[in-house]
Design a binder for this molecule. Structure first.
Ligand SMILES: [Zn+2]
Length: 329
């Protein structure tokens, strides 16, 4: 009986999501095209929430994705349009949404993330060139448009926030980032890292009870001034940074530059040096027996080794001899 231990996988959920499967792919030297379809035929109406299985039409979305093996990679998705079967619903036809790409986008969310992450430390032109080497085709204008589309959704009812200063564009300018502590998403980005913009922002967010902040006293003063009852805590990173800073100071002040330890005891001062002549182990040497008999050839004659090039009368050898004499005197 043959036991199949390994079975080729049909599960491509790691590529996109649980709902889509790969049905074909086409590859050439520079690009890879992956064709996908939805597993289930049914979708919830975005307006009323009722599930519909009534297919209206299908169409194809072509999305550029994160490159596989540095080849420009495209996802071709068969996307369904459904009729809403709820007679009371205002929505008649709706489109199945893809969990990995926003509607009307020509790139997957993962690729947009990669583009933004790459361009964070580069100019748009530089990012476009680096991404091209990785297998992503995107113009510098499109990168700029991605940046322009980033929107911070402020929440006036937020109660717990984190405040930190961030460097923008290689530390040339600074900003104050305000994020929701619950999931660390950014809700505001204020100009500069002084207290004034934070003060203005706090005036319209007076439900804030807890602020995790860095050590900057500018933020501390701004918070106490606008929301005196608010609890200010140092975030984990800055707590550790504080602790390490204090520990360094303590070590610098309290610890001597050199510590002497002898027999497990810390000594007040350097122990006296003990000078001891190192001697070979006599018993060990006495026990060695060394065979000094010359080797013999097959006929029992001694083999004499000599260096035929050794000319004891050569000027070089004579010179060495003189030098040895001089040095020994
Ligand atoms: Zn509906």
């Amino acid at each position: 009986m043959i036991v199949l231990r390994y079975i080729p996988t049909q599960d491509y959920s790691f590529l996109l999501d649980e709902n889509h499967y790969v049905y074909d792919h086409v590859e050439d030297e520079n690009s890879l095209h992956i064709y996908i379809k939805s597993q289930k035929h049914g979708c919830n109406c975005p307006a009323c929430g009722k599930i519909s299985t009534k297919l209206h039409a299908t169409y194809r979305r072509k999305l550029q994705d994160t490159p596989i093996h540095c080849k420009q990679t495209f996802i071709h998705a068969n996307v369904y349009k459904y009729d809403c079967e709820n007679p009371d619903c205002s929505c008649e036809v709706f489109v199945e949404d893809l969990s990995f790409a926003k509607a009307s986008q020509v790139r997957t969310d993962a690729l947009n993330t990669l583009v933004l992450a790459t361009s964070m430390f580069l100019s748009n032109e530089g990012a476009s060139k680096v991404l091209a080497l990785l297998g992503v085709q995107i113009s510098n204008d499109t990168i700029q448009r991605l940046y322009d589309n980033i929107e911070f959704v402020d929440n006036p009812d937020v109660e717990e926030i984190g405040v930190d200063d961030v460097a923008i564009r290689k530390g040339q300018t600074y900003a104050t980032a305000i994020y929701d502590i619950k999931d660390h998403h950014l809700i505001a980005l204020l100009d500069g890292r002084e207290g004034a913009p934070l003060k203005e922002w706090l005036k319209t967010h007076n439900k804030v009870r807890i602020v995790a902040r860095d050590r900057a006293s500018a933020y501390a003063t701004a918070i106490s001034e606008i929301l005196p009852d608010c609890i200010q805590v140092a975030d984990r990173f800055h707590l550790l940074q504080n602790l390490l800073g204090y520990m360094k100071d303590i070590f610098k002040e309290e610890m001597p530059a050199k510590i002497y330890i002898q027999n497990g005891e810390v000594m007040e001062k350097a122990p006296d040096k003990i000078l001891r002549e190192k001697k070979p182990d006599e018993t060990f040497i006495d026990n060695l027996s060394y065979d000094n008999t010359p080797p013999k050839d097959a006929n029992g004659n001694e083999i004499v080794y000599d260096n035929k090039k050794h000319n004891l009368n050569s000027p070089q050898y004579q010179h060495h001899k003189e030098m040895r004499k001089k040095n020994s005197n």
